[in-house]
Design a protein around this ligand. Structure first.
Ligand code: GLV
Ligand code: GLV
Length: 316
């Protein structure tokens, strides 16, 4: 039996039913912990999303017949990999299929923050009179030679770099696998300190791990250029939100954009009036074709494992 914790897109649901296994399907909303436990009980495969925390207790409650947890996301910090390994459960994610959509969104946030799109929208809706002005809502020209720093040059980071290069930006990146001084085309790899010091816009693309929690803390923000911008489409925990709010309030950063939050889906109320901040509700991969592809890849992993074949995109 395949347990699906939440309704996926229509195309992904069609694929689920075409697999021909018995299914147990949750609702559009996230399951409660009790619903998740009941849903997993007796399942051979579970398709879950990043709103479900999969830990040792849940895996134990699911029972020994559980073979795979397929996460419909590229990030998998919601799954306890050590517990899954101990339980003999394969864990898979959905890399690759969401790179372009996520990079599009990250770059949309770069432009929204630097060109003050949300602020302009709010101004018009406020009903206050406005008139074109040479000093009105002026922001950073990214395409006048500004530098973008990509923190974490994986597949999504590289896709963001391609967009930035098309906008005539200079691009720096950090990567675990590329030593500073190396290049990838026009992208130059540097260490984190250099990236923070030389970037006009820093975009975060690292997974959330114990090593990257609060990677962007007060010290990292202070090391950024005065007037720089921060964009986070990775995971909320990579950025210390309280330190970011301070940096925006003090004016050290001119703006920022967040798609992900430390206490998600709760949003720290102080973020709501932090100056220059653009917010989106974890929608970086929310393209139609992308969401279909994420669900289908998760289900292809399930089909492979239930048929005794290796998973397509295992993690850990
Ligand atoms: C979304 O945040 C994902 O990890 O796919
Ligand atoms: C502004 O609207 C311009 O025409 O430059």
């Amino acid at each position: 039996m395949i347990y699906l914790s939440r309704l996926l897109t229509d195309r992904a649901m069609d694929r689920l039913h075409a697999l021909g296994h018995p299914v147990r399907v949750g609702r559009e909303e996230p399951p409660t912990r009790a619903e998740l436990m009941a849903g997993l009980a007796g399942a051979g495969a579970a398709v879950v999303t990043l709103t479900e925390r999969i830990d040792a207790d849940l895996l134990a409650a699911a029972g020994p017949q559980l073979q795979i947890v397929a996460n419909v996301a590229v990030g998998f910090d919601n799954v306890d990999l050590a517990a899954a390994r101990a339980a003999g459960v394969v864990v898979t994610n959905t890399p690759g299929v969401l790179d372009r959509a996520s990079a599009d969104h990250a770059f949309a946030l770069v432009l929204a923050a630097t060109r003050r799109i949300a602020e302009g929208d709010r101004l018009i809706r406020s009903g206050q009179p406005w008139v074109w002005g040479p000093r009105m809502l002026v922001g950073l020209d990214v395409s006048a030679g500004a530098t973008l720093g990509i923190l974490g040059y994986g597949r999504i980071g590289a896709a963001v770099a391609r967009r930035a290069l098309a906008f005539d930006m200079r691009v720096l990146a950090t990567s675990r696998s590329a030593t500073p001084g190396r290049t990838d085309g026009a992208v130059r790899f540097v260490d984190t300190a250099t990236l923070l010091a030389e970037s006009d816009v820093v975009s975060v693309h690292t997974p959330l791990t114990p090593q990257t929690r609060h990677l962007i803390d007060a010290a990292a923000l202070a090391a950024m250029r005065p007037g720089a911008y921060l964009v986070n489409t990775a995971r909320g925990g990579v950025v210390d939100e309280r330190a970011l709010i301070q940096a925006l309030r003090r004016g050290h950063l001119r703006g920022a954009a967040l798609d992900v939050f430390e206490g998600e889906p709760a949003v720290n109320p102080d973020l709501l009036d932090a100056p220059g901040l653009v917010l989106t509700p974890h929608t970086a991969s929310a393209g139609e074709a992308t969401r279909d592809a994420m669900g289908i890849l998760a289900l292809d992993n399930v089909a492979a494992v239930l048929a005794g074949r290796p998973p397509l995109t295992p993690v850990g």
